[in-house]
Design a protein around this ligand. Structure first.
Ligand code: AMP
Length: 343
């Protein structure tokens, strides 16, 4: 019987539960320190133990996964712990388009694809001398916002970088790849999509906001003390909170999601498959300015293990993103269409 395999981290519980609910076998690639968490729940049929997640590229681990008839479901930890060369060489069937993960990781490629998809995107500054608007300084890798900071001009950037290094929030090596982006003021929103090649439709399955330390804690501190005590807030993700949008904003959410599906098909064949997310901010005019996308399941979907107000509109049953992935795999197996959803 086919099984769904994933790494023991990020959104694994949801993915395993979804697979179980759909009657598929489950395989967890786990490190020894993480296994006790997963053992608390009866969701795993086979553990494949590794010392480090990067070993998923090793021949014997792949052989094991293939022997267990696995489809590998990627998530954020796969991207942050395994190189793209390794991911692209994996022989185990990979749910979704593995080639688009490079576009997710490369901020310039990503920006290009988002523009092609018809989204409004923040300005990018090539050097700090060009800054003429408040900016957010980002560092490479999917570090979950760790070490990001706000600045107003080039002097401010250099001063704050020194402080960040001192506080061990950024690594000096990362400095050569800083990305300087216009800071968008407003309300952040992260819609979770699922593109089904089998049904040919883009579904909206939920929306979250991230709860980030310590920027989201600032509001609890009076302004005067903020100035005294907290000169350099950063954006390290701690958790997620659910959001529903004004109904009049939702059509646009679909348009940008479908725009990204179309742009990805054109630039990164076979295009977007399965879970993805667009990350952005609604400004004062209620325009959505998108600063990121993720071409795989995001951790914000963990909120909706029992379905969301949007998933409920498609399915008369609780439907998490993990379960939706398993459902697509199950239908594809039944209809002999698995090659349309794996790479
Ligand atoms: P990212 O890793 O790019 O998803 O960003 C981490 C966090 O930084 C986001 O969740 C936002 O809170 C914030 N952020 C990133 N880019 C921007 C931007 N251009 N304008 C406003 N906030 C941003």
């Amino acid at each position: 019987m086919k099984s769904i395999a994933t790494l023991g981290s990020h959104s694994a519980l949801q993915i395993l539960k979804g697979a179980r609910d759909e009657g598929l076998k489950t395989v967890l690639v786990s490190t020894h320190d993480r296994k006790p968490l997963y053992e608390r729940f009866n969701l795993v049929d086979h553990y494949v133990m590794v010392d480090q997640f990067s070993e998923i590229g090793h021949k014997e681990i792949q052989e094991k996964l293939i022997e267990l008839d696995s489809v590998l479901v990627p998530h954020g930890t796969l991207i942050s712990s395994v190189s793209f060369d390794t991911i692209e060489r994996l022989e185990v069937p990979f749910f979704g388009n593995k080639h688009i993960l490079r576009w997710e990781a490369d901020r310039n490629l990503k920006h290009k694809l988002m523009k092609l998809a018809g989204m409004k995107v923040p300005r990018i500054f090539q050097t700090s001398e060009e800054i003429d608007h408040p900016v957010i300084i980002k560092f490479p890798g999917a570090a979950g916002g760790r070490g990001y900071f706000l600045a107003k001009d080039s002097k401010d950037v250099s001063r704050k970088i020194k402080t960040m290094i001192k506080r061990d929030l950024v690594d000096e090596k990362a400095l050569k790849d800083v990305f300087i982006q216009e800071y968008v003021f407003g309300i952040s929103a992260y819609p979770h999509y699922f593109y089904s090649p089998i049904l040919g439709r883009t579904e909206l399955l939920g929306i979250d906001r991230r709860y980030e330390s310590d920027v989201d804690g600032l509001g609890r501190i009076p302004a005067e003390q903020q100035l005294e005590l907290m000169s350099l807030p950063t954006f390290s993700v701690v958790g997620n909170i659910p959001l529903v949008l004004r109904e009049s904003l939702i059509q646009h959410v679909f348009e940008i999601g479908e725009g990204l599906v179309k742009a990805a098909r054109q630039k990164v064949p076979p295009g977007m498959i399965g879970a993805f997310c667009i990350e952005g901010v609604y400004n004062q005019k209620n325009q959505f300015i998108a600063f990121e996308f993720s071409a795989r399941i995001v951790a914000g979907t963990n909120l909706f293990i029992n379905g969301s107000p949007y998933s409920q509109l498609y399915f008369n049953e609780p439907m998490s993103m993990g379960k939706r992935i398993a459902r697509e795999i199950k239908i594809a197996i039944e209809q002999n269409l698995l090659d349309q959803i794996i790479t």
